[in-house]
Design a protein around this ligand. Structure first.
Ligand SMILES: Cc1ncc(COP(=O)(O)O)c(C=O)c1O
Length: 359
């Protein structure tokens, strides 16, 4: 077996133990004679997998009873529309804190549904940064406030969350379960699974139950959170195999000591990489220090030609997908939960060598 260090921003590296377990059980799941892909979503084997996924998420996020777990499809992108469809009452608007292209996309889609006020926007700022939460002016009567905890392209991360009188909605696609959070600060959290939770195809939604209860009744049934909450995400056929993989990933995370355990490892990985960047005059981190993401480490080299060479040479040495997002260029090392410490150390050694040869 030969595995590369995969720095992809998503779909991202998965724990090898999880992949191997799935491989062992792929054709005959625990003596059932079937693959999880072939099972009824209403049968007892799948039922156990599904309920363990819910339970593991509840444990990892320390969810209080008044919060529900929903598995949906359509990625975080579908949530950009579903959130306002559900949470905006007639004539109501919402406030959006935009810190990069994902927040901007969420606001743009929200505007198709209702009156969205962008109350802060740092999308175009260089160096990249999060808005200053202390200066935010909320709109009276807004139904909710929306934010993005980690801007995957800009390489920025909210270290604290806004204190809002109305429900706070957060797109946590690129840092969910990577660090401890107090869920009770939020009315709704959503995240595509393909970075920290498992493969693409399943989207996690955490919702305060009263919000699901009073959501807009005009919203068609399938698109209502309440429908999926009431039916334990089995209203229609769920993405069973993706949920099975999420079960294995969350089990792996629990074994590592849960969110506290993985947060220590994540801090260590990101800390080492930022220290290497700060110690060099050749590389330049692109985000302001206070807002640096522990998940997506973005940086530049002196020229675009050198960046191209860097990506090419790294790839030849088994470090893949280091090219920054096409909209911003530069280099991006995505080091989510499953990305190994050894991969970060290998990258740092390569960076030193590349600087020596080209600096
Ligand atoms: C923060 C954030 N939000 C939303 C998305 C879009 O997610 P999806 O492709 O699951 O719709 C991404 C994808 O990278 C993301 O990083």
């Amino acid at each position: 077996m030969s595995r590369v260090y995969n720095f992809c921003a998503g779909p991202a590296a998965m724990p090898v133990d999880v992949l191997e377990e799935a491989q062992r059980d792929l054709v005959d799941y625990k003596g059932s004679g079937m693959s999880v892909m072939e099972m009824s979503h209403r049968g007892k084997e799948y039922d156990a997998i599904h309920n363990e996924a819910v339970e593991n998420i509840r444990k990892l996020l320390k969810l209080p009873e008044n919060y529900g777990v929903i598995f949906m499809t359509g990625g975080a992108t579908a949530q950009f529309t579903l959130v306002p469809m559900n949470l905006l009452g007639p004539g109501q608007g919402a406030d959006y804190i935009v810190a990069g292209s994902w927040g901007s996309k969420a606001a743009k889609e929200g505007k198709q549904v209702g009156a969205i006020n962008v109350i802060a926007n740092t999308e175009k700022d260089i160096p990249t940064r999060m808005p200053d939460l202390a200066t935010l002016k909320y709109t009276p009567g807004a139904a909710y406030v929306h934010c993005t905890s980690n801007e995957t392209i800009a390489g920025t991360q909210m270290k604290a969350f806004p204190q809002t009188a109305v429900p706070l909605v957060c797109d946590m696609s690129s840092d969910i379960l990577s660090r401890p959070i107090d869920v009770t600060q939020f009315g709704l959290i959503y995240a595509g699974a393909q970075k920290n939770l498992g493969p693409s195809g399943v989207t996690l939604v955490i919702i305060r139950k009263d919000l699901a209860e009073k959501a807009n009744e005009k919203c068609p049934g399938f698109f209502r959170y309440k429908t999926h909450l009431d039916e334990n995400s089995l209203h229609n056929t769920p993405p069973c195999f993706a949920i099975y993989m999420l079960t294995l990933c969350t089990r792996w995370l629990l074994k590592l000591g849960g969110v506290d355990g993985i947060a220590r490892i994540n801090r260590d990985k990101a800390g080492k990489l930022y220290a290497a960047l700060d110690a060099s005059k050749f590389y330049k981190a692109t985000a302001v220090k206070a807002d640096r993401s522990d998940m997506n480490i973005t940086f530049r080299l002196p020229t675009e030609a050198l960046e191209e060479q860097f990506v090419k040479d790294a790839s030849a040495k088994g470090m893949k997908q280091l090219k920054g997002h096409r909209s911003v260029g530069g280099i991006r090392a995505s080091i989510y939960n499953a990305f190994p410490v050894a991969g970060v150390e290998t990258l740092i050694a390569f960076m030193k060598d590349f600087e020596q040869k080209n600096g």
